[in-house]
Design a binder for this molecule. Structure first.
Ligand code: UT7
Length: 370
């Protein structure tokens, strides 16, 4: 983010209004469980090399390792190199997911990239990834649902497969949040990191295994709790927006926290319900990693044993749309995913968006470490 621009007139903080997110339990249409049409045939992730520890942050803002660990569970996060953009991480994760599925770029039918930190507004990051991978001229587009982006991407991929339009769809969640993080703001800079996670979504191959359900929700009333004020059509970039530090993430942490706990619990329940299952049927919960206290509070509400909840937040912080696929990939590599396991993926994020997916794992038991 350019720094040092001369200060000028105060810039009105644009963006969503200040209305609050509502109770995330709207009336819903009951969904009848049905056999899976799609499955995850391969997983891959890419994490930048550079590690930013809590102790590093102690030298940048007034904070402490103790505060960060106690309030968030985060110990370190990864940051992209200056020349590493979202599409670079996304392409690396995609190559690993394809190799894991035993496929090549020539097999890809469509490419969905969930991100709020695209390389640039135009062209889409998905088109850049398509070029980097050297796929055929297949459909490629970005999807903006913040930290729930990967779940939204799975829903779209599942729908495209169900409609018979595409067979092999790459869904990537990627973020370079360090590019929109204000490293002078201790309330946000301790949280975010950079990473990409990818999945190859294919037609279901064995009865009862694959994506049993996807549940999606959003509440635009909560948009003002987590947003980037400038750089869009409401408040285009100017020297004033740069001076006002309006290209960074602004967040009301407590608002988001409150919303997140309810939205996580609701999304787990609703997605399980849509699959004809209950919490007791879930072998592993892979939630969006924003704060360990949010995850613990939602697990308590659901009465889920902590052993059944997977986290990576200690090492990667909040990596938004990459958080679920990276965690799923890591769960598998740590031997936590066995064929036939029922896994619930669940997210929430800016928008506010939320959602969950129930997956009966039918991929390989473990992948090579990379
Ligand atoms: O992907 C979705 C995106 N975001 C989230 O899910 C975030 C959800 N919210 C959160 O995770 C938490 O609200 C935070 C981690 C952001 C903050 O934790 P909190 O327990 O809600 O803290 P707080 O905002 O209530 O602040 C408590 C105190 C304040 O000091 P005073 O006013 O009590 O003197 C803050 O100024 O902690 C202070 N504080 C810090 N102190 C040391 C805030 N940030 C820091 C910091 N280091 N980094």
């Amino acid at each position: 983010m350019p720094a040092g621009a001369s200060s000028s007139k105060a810039v009105p903080v644009a963006g969503p209004d200040r209305s609050r997110a509502q109770d995330p339990d709207p009336p819903h249409r009951p969904v009848r469980p049905r056999p899976p049409v799609a499955t995850l045939a391969g997983l891959g992730s890419a994490l930048p090399r550079r590690v930013l520890t809590n102790h590093d942050l102690e030298r940048m803002v007034e904070t402490s390792d103790e505060w960060i660990v106690e309030r968030t569970g985060i110990r370190e996060r990864r940051l992209a190199a200056p020349d590493e953009a979202s599409s670079d991480l996304a392409a690396a994760a995609a190559r690993r997911a394809l190799a894991d599925a035993g496929l090549g770029p020539e097999n890809i039918d469509a490419l969905i990239v969930a991100t709020v930190t695209p390389d640039s507004p135009l062209p889409s990051t998905a088109c850049l990834v398509q070029k980097a991978l050297g796929t055929r001229r297949v459909a490629a587009f970005d999807l903006a649902a913040a930290c729930t982006g990967f779940i939204y991407g799975l829903a779209v991929a599942e729908g495209l497969i169900a409609a018979g339009r595409h067979e092999t769809i790459l869904v990537v969640g990627v973020e370079t949040l360090s590019r929109v993080t204000d490293y002078r703001d201790r309330t946000t800079c301790v949280l975010f990191g950079d990473a990409a996670g990818a999945a190859v979504v294919r037609p279901a191959r064995s009865p009862g295994r694959g994506l049993l359900s996807v549940y999606l929700g959003a509440d635009g009333n909560g948009g003002g709790s987590l947003y980037i004020p400038a750089g869009g059509s409401r408040l285009p970039a100017s020297t004033a927006t740069v001076a006002g530090r309006l290209h960074y993430v602004h967040m009301n942490g407590q608002e988001v926290f409150r919303f997140a706990v309810g939205a996580l619990a609701l999304s787990v329940r609703r997605s399980l319900e849509a699959a004809g299952l209950g919490v007791k049927d879930m072998d592993l919960l892979v939630p969006h990693q924003a704060n360990l206290r949010i995850i613990d509070a939602a697990a308590r509400l659901l009465r889920v044993d902590p052993e059944r909840v997977f986290h990576t937040i200690e090492n990667y912080g909040n990596i938004s749309s990459a958080s679920i696929p990276v965690s799923l990939d890591e769960a598998r590599r740590r031997g936590r995913l066995r064929p036939g396991d029922t896994v619930v993926l669940v997210g929430f994020g800016g928008g506010m968006t939320y959602g969950g997916a129930v997956l009966v794992w039918d991929g390989p038991e473990e992948a090579d470490d990379h």
